[in-house]
Design a protein around this ligand. Structure first.
Ligand SMILES: Nc1ncnc2c1ncn2[C@@H]1O[C@H](COP(=O)(O)OP(=O)(O)OP(=O)(O)O)[C@@H](O)[C@H]1O
Length: 518
């Protein structure tokens, strides 16, 4: 909110001393330097806020405004200073044309501006008054503050007003220019009083701000959204009792004003522009969606890649309010839905979009940091090879493995048959040798063939019948196993069978020895 502190009282009662301060002692510094010190101290306590301070200094003499912060330092009389005029915009807001606004980044800079203004005020003396006490001076501190990263800006201005003396014309007993000055002073103070009276009456609709330059300038800082303080300065001398009473009555009226101040919060214009631009784009998008001129041509690889990147950013964005804006293009919207659906299912996007043909090449992409390769994916492969090459390579590998498996299965089938042949041959041989001997030998030989060479039994070869279901590693393992098992078989044509034959003859010899011993 805005604020005003103004000093009101007759000439010589201490208004300037109160507002600006005495020049000789630090302790005599007035409200302006104390306020500046306070503001900059508060700013330094809030490093999270971006604060800016600007200063303007206006002098109003005979209802005309002058810029006391003229940087040229060439003024020798008041008329040399830039003349400030009032301008009203369409909304009824008053603007001061030609009043310079100076940034102050530190207390020292702000005090230098105060010093410059006071110097100009003293140098550019009014025509008739050496003490320059016949004018009103308004020192304004403009403060804005914004939290870092926030679009909301808080603004406020504080007017520190040193009014001209409020004594009556009749008492001063002057004529000519001095009378004119006095009339202006009295008139402007009278208008100020009218405004204050109007503000203090709650039923009053119209507040007569426009009557004088001073009330126009203070328009947004006297009534409405502001805090106003008045300092009444009174002379202690008995001869000034009437003026003192008049000052106190004025103060009483001011005290009746009740303002409800609230923070002046507004959005940063730059942020506002960006938001409005976004709104316009959104409206254009909506308009385009409802109109019939939708594009039907194929999305380019670059478009798809960009879309995938946007979706990836959208998914990775920790902000739950994040928005995915793919524009008013149904092709992109459909594609985005399809990608998101697949992503929700834990898959990367399917092969083609609604608008894309079968043979359209797809770009590589990553969703949520995951990569997946496969015949169903057009996006990427683990090896980094182009998709078609990768598929060909994998198909080649599968064929190779199939061939190996077939070879192994055939080998196993052959060996199983040989083993079975060997078993039957051994049984036949045993039968032939058994005949001349006793039945007990026959039982013993049978027992040995069944238990000692159990690897030859049908059941031990059983699992080999289902080789086609086994993995390549299992097949290799079983192949070596069956090779060992088959080594007990009998065949004159291979080494496995010959070993089997040798073993059987030994058995037979042992059997014969046992029979003989028996
Ligand atoms: N509280 C105070 N203590 C000491 N000296 C003061 C005090 N108030 C005012 N004075 C002195 O009185 C003199 C007049 O004061 P000042 O100029 O502030 O009056 P003024 O009301 O501003 O007068 P004008 O209307 O002419 O501008 C100055 O010399 C000032 O130093």
């Amino acid at each position: 909110y805005n604020g005003t502190i103004f000093a009101y009282g007759q000439t010589g009662s201490g208004k300037t001393f109160t507002i600006t301060g005495g020049a000789e002692r630090y302790i005599d510094r007035g409200i302006i330097p104390r306020t500046l010190s306070y503001i900059f101290e508060e700013n330094s306590k809030c490093p999270d806020y971006v604060s800016t301070t600007h200063i303007s200094y206006l002098e109003i003499y005979n209802d005309s405004g002058y810029d006391l912060l003229d940087p040229k330092h060439e003024a020798t009389k008041l008329e040399d200073l830039p003349k400030v005029s009032l301008m009203e915009d369409n909304d009824g807001n008053m603007h001061l044309k030609n009043l310079s606004l100076h940034p102050a980044s530190s207390e020292e800079e702000a005090l230098n501006l105060l010093f410059l203004g006071d110097t100009n005020r003293m140098i550019a003396e009014t025509p008739m008054n050496q003490a320059s006490t016949r004018s009103h001076c308004i020192f304004t501190i403009h403060v804005s503050r914004r939290e870092a990263g926030s679009a909301t800006m808080k603004r406020a201005k504080l007017h520190l007003v040193d009014l001209a003396g409020s004594e009556r014309i009749g008492k001063t007993g002057v004529g000519g220019n001095l009378l004119t000055e006095a009339k202006y002073i009295n008139l402007s103070l009278h208008y100020l009083e009218q405004v204050i009276v109007a503000l203090s009456e709650k039923t009053r609709q119209h507040i007569p701000y426009r009557n004088s330059m001073m009330t126009s300038v203070l328009r947004d800082s006297l009534g409405g959204n502001c805090m106003t303080s008045m300092i009444a300065t009174c002379s202690a001398e008995k001869k000034n009792i009437d003026e003192s009473i008049s000052t106190c009555r004025f103060a009483q009226r001011v005290a009746r004003i009740k303002n409800d101040a609230f923070l002046n919060e507004e959005l940063d214009p730059k942020v506002m522009i960006a938001r409005l631009k976004g709104e316009i784009q959104e409206l254009k998008n909506q308009l385009s969606l409802t109109s019939e001129d939708q594009r039907t041509d194929i999305l380019s690889a670059e478009d798809l890649e960009r879309l995938n990147e946007e979706i990836q950013q959208f998914i990775e964005d920790p902000d739950p309010e994040a928005v995915l804006n793919v524009g008013a293009d149904m092709r992109k919207i459909n594609e985005a839905f399809r990608i998101l659906k697949n992503f929700a299912k834990g898959k990367v996007p399917a092969k083609r979009s609604a608008s894309a043909p079968e043979n359209q090449q797809r770009p590589q992409t990553k969703i949520g940091g995951q990569e997946e390769a496969g015949t169903d994916s057009y996006l990427t492969t683990h090896s980094g090879l182009p998709r078609d090459e990768e598929i060909k390579k994998l198909q080649g590998l599968i064929l190779q493995r199939d061939n190996e498996i077939n070879i192994l299965v055939n080998m196993l089938k052959k060996e199983k048959k040989r083993a079975q042949d060997a078993v039957s041959q051994v049984q036949q041989a045993a039968h032939l040798h058994k005949r001349p001997h006793s039945r007990s030998h026959s039982r013993s030989a049978d027992h040995k063939l069944t238990n000692g060479n159990s690897s030859l039994s049908e059941s031990s070869l059983g699992p080999l019948n289902s080789q086609s279901d086994l993995s390549v590693r299992d097949i290799s393992r079983n192949r070596s196993l069956s090779t060992q098992r088959s080594s007990a078989g009998h065949s004159s044509n291979d080494r496995y069978s010959s070993r089997l034959q040798t073993d059987s003859e030994e058995d037979l010899r042992r059997n014969q020895a046992e029979v003989k011993e028996y």
